[in-house]
Structure formats: structure tokens, C-alpha cells
Design a protein around this ligand. Structure first.
Ligand code: ATR
Length: 274
């Protein structure tokens, strides 16, 4: 049966999701198609109506709709509720069910590489859209504590409050304070947009060694300056595209109830980087 999927957001023209999902359908010879659909802020209700009209089977939700979309769901899974945002919707005969695959997507490469999270100490840089899903993920896997460094201290403080509420011990600091942190971390995660425009890494290399996993959620460029710094310090590396791939795989499996073709989906992303 022909099924149609979509990603809604604004801007949407640079989204890699259609490439990744269509590659999966091709690989498995499925009669499915995945489109990008621009829905402006404020137009979410009509956007959803038109998706229902074309009997969309499911859709991803991205900036700026991830939080507002919660109001339009008939059914919300626990992860979604905890994070307070939705990125995957299943249309079950007109009943909209919401999921958040950002958390699983974030954890997927860590698990695949069998890197332990339990009792780990974490440095998280950035307090924007992706940070809550990352915190809920670390909390679920029983990390020990997290230090949040953000340019706007108040946003970092809020995120630390959220983290403490969900049960992961958190402290908020200024970016400059990273220079005063004495010890190494098990995980250093960049969840800020620093690096996207080729900016230099600002995380001191004294905080990482070969025990550290450096995870940059920026996926464009593929190799950010932070990734290069991590390499120089022999740290373990997780690239931003791995989280992108992880969340796409989870969405695929929620919608189609079968295993996603990991390698074909990975090739489709890396191919896109030429
Ligand atoms: P939003 O916060 O609107 O959801 P985002 O892209 O999800 O946007 O998050 C951007 C993150 O990158 C924020 O943590 C932001 O810091 P602020 O909270 O101070 O805005 C961070 N960021 C963006 N540009 C930065 C820069 N040049 N230096 C340091 N941090 C930066």
C-alpha cells in the first residue's frame, strides 16, 4: 500500500530527512514516499488539517513546531511528555499519536558503540532545542551528574532546573567557567549551534582524554573543529550525523513497524556531504 510521510517545519528546504527516509524505502522496495512541507509559525493547525486530508501516514516535526505540536495530539508517549516536545507523529486512522525520537536518536550511537553511561559525568554545552532530550536520555541511563555551560546563563540555569527536576544532578555555569573545571569528563556534548558556521571550538582540551566521548550534535560540516580537537586528544568521537540517523531510524520503526536499513540510510547522509 502506498504510504506518504512528511517533515513539517520552517525553514525546511535543507532538511536531510526526505533523503534519509526515501533511501530506506528504496532499499526495502517499499511503496512509500517522504516529502518536506513548509509550515510557517502560526499555520500549524491548517498545516495539520491538510496533512490529514491527504491521509498522511506519519510525519516529523521540526523547528519551530516541536512544542506547539503537543496541543494537536490525541495521544502522547511518556518520553514526549517528559521532554515537553514532539518530533514524530503517527496518524492512526485520524488519531494522532506523538513520540519524541530525539532522545533515542541521541542515545543510539552511544549504545551501538557500547559506551557505558551509568555513573558518568557530563559536560553539556548549549541549552537550546535539543538539550532537554539529551538530558532526559542521560537521566534514563543513570548518568551521575551534568554541568551545563551556556552563553546565556539564565537559559542554562533553567535547563539545570529542568534536569534536577527529572532527577539528573545539574549545575549551570558560564562558558568562560569551563576553563576552571579541573577534571576530565566521561562525556562532552556540544548541543549548541557553535561549529555550524565553521567557528573554532571553545571547549578546553584539558577536559578531554582517551576516556572521554566527545559528541558534537552539529552535523554540518561533518568534521567540526571540536571533532578535530577531540581527535587530537585521542577521545572517542560521535558525529552529529549519527544522532540525525538515530532519530530517523526510530521514526521509521514507529511508523512502519519493521527494522530500518541502517547502512542505506547512513550512505544517504554521507553521500549528501559529497
Ligand atoms: P534555540 O535556543 O532557539 O532553541 P538552538 O539552535 O536549539 O536554538 O540552540 C542554540 C544554542 O546554541 C543555544 O544554547 C545558544 O546559546 P544562547 O542560549 O546563549 O542563545 C547556543 N549558541 C548559538 N550561537 C552561539 C555562539 N556564537 N556562542 C555560544 N553559544 C551559541
Amino acid at each position: 500500500m502506498l504510504k506518504t510521510f512528511a517533515v513539517i517545519g520552517d525553514p525546511i528546504d535543507h532538511s536531510l530527512s526526505p533523503t534519509i527516509h526515501n533511501a530506506a524505502y528504496r532499499e526495502l522496495e517499499m511503496e512509500c514516499t517522504y516529502i518536506a512541507y513548509r509550515v510557517n509559525k502560526g499555520d500549524l493547525a491548517t498545516g495539520i488539517e491538510s496533512l490529514k486530508k491527504i491521509k498522511i501516514s506519519g510525519f516529523n516535526v521540526t523547528i519551530p513546531h516541536k512544542i506547539e505540536m503537543m496541543r494537536f495530539l490525541d495521544n502522547v508517549d511518556d518520553t514526549c511528555k517528559k521532554i515537553g516536545a514532539v518530533n514524530t507523529v503517527l496518524n492512526d486512522d485520524g488519531i494522532l499519536r506523538g513520540f519524541n525520537t530525539d532522545m533515542d536518536g541521541f542515545l543510539e550511537p552511544i549504545k551501538r558503540k557500547e559506551i557505558p553511561i551509568k555513573n558518568s559525568n557530563i559536560l553539556l554545552v548549549g541549552a537550546g532545542g535539543a538539550s532537554r532530550a539529551i538530558i532526559v536520555g542521560f537521566q534514563k541511563e543513570e548518568a551521575k551528574n551534568i554541568i551545563i555551560a551556556n552563553r546565556t546563563k539564565e537559559k542554562g540555569d533553567k535547563l539545570a532546573e529542568f534536569s534536577n527536576e527529572v532527577g539528573l544532578d545539574a549545575t549551570s555555569i558560564e562558558l568562560n567557567d569551563m576553563n576552571d573545571l579541573g577534571s576530565k569528563f566521561d562525556f562532552i556534548v556540544n548541543a549548541s549551534s557553535l561549529g555550524l558556521k565553521g567557528e573554532k571550538n571553545i571547549i578546553p582540551s584539558s577536559l578531554m582524554d582517551e576516556q572521554t566521548t566527545v559528541y558534537d550534535i552539529v552535523y554540518k560540516p561533518l568534521k567540526t573543529d571540536l571533532i578535530n580537537t577531540a581527535k587530537e586528544n585521542n577521545s572517542k568521537i560521535i558525529y552529529g550525523y549519527e544522532m540525525l540517523l538515530g532519530q530517523a531510524i526510530r521514526s521509521f520503526e514507529i511508523w512502519l513497524d519493521q527494522k530500518a536499513p541502517y547502512e542505506a540510510m547512513k550512505r544517504s547522509i554521507l553521500g549528501g556531504f559529497g
